[in-house]
Design a binder for this molecule. Structure first.
Ligand code: IMP
Ligand code: MG
Length: 336
């Protein structure tokens, strides 16, 4: 298991950040590198009751011995990036591909002021769509054009492939989720780029033959922020009654909540080339499972849920998250 890609299987916010952080602490990778769209992502990692929200720095930052990178395909907002680098004190091990596209203030304004993007699509207002549009038009600036990024520039594909050649472990961390992929999601209610595992590899200049594992993260009760179809959606009242309400990390908007969608899980696993699955929010299926760290501690109700999900997905569920803390996890890798 040297090159592992981790992506979201539903509409984003599946808890990828926590899964990446856990795997990083356990597998001790040499490099953790971000793929995905850009700072529209919001990953929450909770360590010892302290919650860190990251939008640009990889969620694996909690493992202190890894180099952290942002792949060329990802959009970089220099303000967000430099603020996080300072807050998390990762300077010295944080690198950015010199070809990353830059989000300027003007992109953010275009995103927020556009009736189409803001109201119809319900974007995060982080400038990603307009910046990707300018990148396609070959107008966007690149990371190498900004003096304030000088100390961070790297050739990420070279770094990552060299680490793999040396037999080291690499985690490629995706963002967003399958259902909001520009290609495979619920177009036009999608983000500005594909979000599948192949894209995350391409974002980092890693060829398909070099990827060993694709872990797709699913959430027991999927959520969606912004507009667009959501087959298994339940009412806000019902989610409140069930005690499973959620709010966005970036936008603080209430998330729309739904029931498990087996058909979507299967399709998403197929396109992502899923080799193992992770399921988060098992404590929402049965609160008695909160914080469990061993499979045998799960209730019959939770086990039945996981077994049914495994049939939908078609590959083993090897990681089960049972609460918000990094330690609230059951890791069955190596046992199945
Ligand atoms: P954009 O990516 O900001 O252009 O937003 C397009 C759509 O993708 C909107 O519905 C957003 O709510 C959604 N979206 C973008 N990034 C994320 C994410 O990280 N998690 C969940 N939804 C997201
Ligand atoms: Mg999020």
């Amino acid at each position: 298991m040297s090159c592992t890609v981790i992506v979201g299987g539903f509409f984003g916010d599946e808890g990828k950040g926590k899964i990446v952080a856990h795997i990083a602490m356990k597998d001790r990778p040499a490099i953790i590198s971000r793929g995905g769209v850009g700072p529209n992502a919001g990953h929450t990692v909770t360590v010892d009751t302290r919650a860190y929200g990251v939008r640009m720095v990889p969620s694996g930052f909690v493992y202190p011995d890894a180099k952290l990178m942002i792949g060329a395909g990802v959009l970089l907002d220099p303000k967000v990036f430099l603020q996080e680098v300072g807050a998390l004190q990762v300077k010295g091990r944080m690198f950015v591909d010199f070809r990353c596209g830059i989000i300027d203030e003007e992109h953010i304004q275009r995103d927020r002021k556009s009736e189409h993007l803001h109201s119809k699509i319900g974007t995060t207002g982080t400038g990603c769509g307009p910046a990707n549009a300018d990148r396609v038009l070959r107008l966007a600036r690149q990371a190498r054009d900004l003096p304030e990024l000088k100390d961070f520039l790297a050739d990420v594909p070279f770094e990552v492939n060299s680490a793999l050649d040396a037999g080291e472990r690499v985690i490629l961390e995706g963002s967003q989720g399958f259902g909001i992929s520009l290609y495979y999601g619920t177009y036009p209610y999608v983000t500005s780029k594909d979000t599948s595992a192949s894209q995350v590899a391409a974002d980092n200049g890693v060829g398909p033959t070099r990827v060993d594992e694709v872990i797709v993260v699913f959430k027991a009760f999927p959520t969606r922020v912004g507009e667009g179809p959501f087959n298994t959606e339940i009412s806000q009242e019902k989610s409140r009654e069930m005690g499973i309400e959620e709010f966005g990390t970036v936008t603080r908007r209430p998330r729309r909540i739904g029931m498990w969608d087996g058909g979507m899980a299967r399709y998403s696993a197929m396109v992502n080339g899923c080799t193992q699955a992770a399921i988060t929010g098992i404590d929402h299926v049965d609160p008695k499972c909160y914080g469990a760290t061993e499979y045998r501690r799960l209730t019959e109700k939770a086990k039945a849920f996981i077994e049914a999900a495994e049939k939908d997905i078609g590959v083993p569920v090897t990681i089960i998250s049972t609460g918000p803390e990094l330690g609230h996890i059951i890791d069955l890798r190596g046992e199945v």
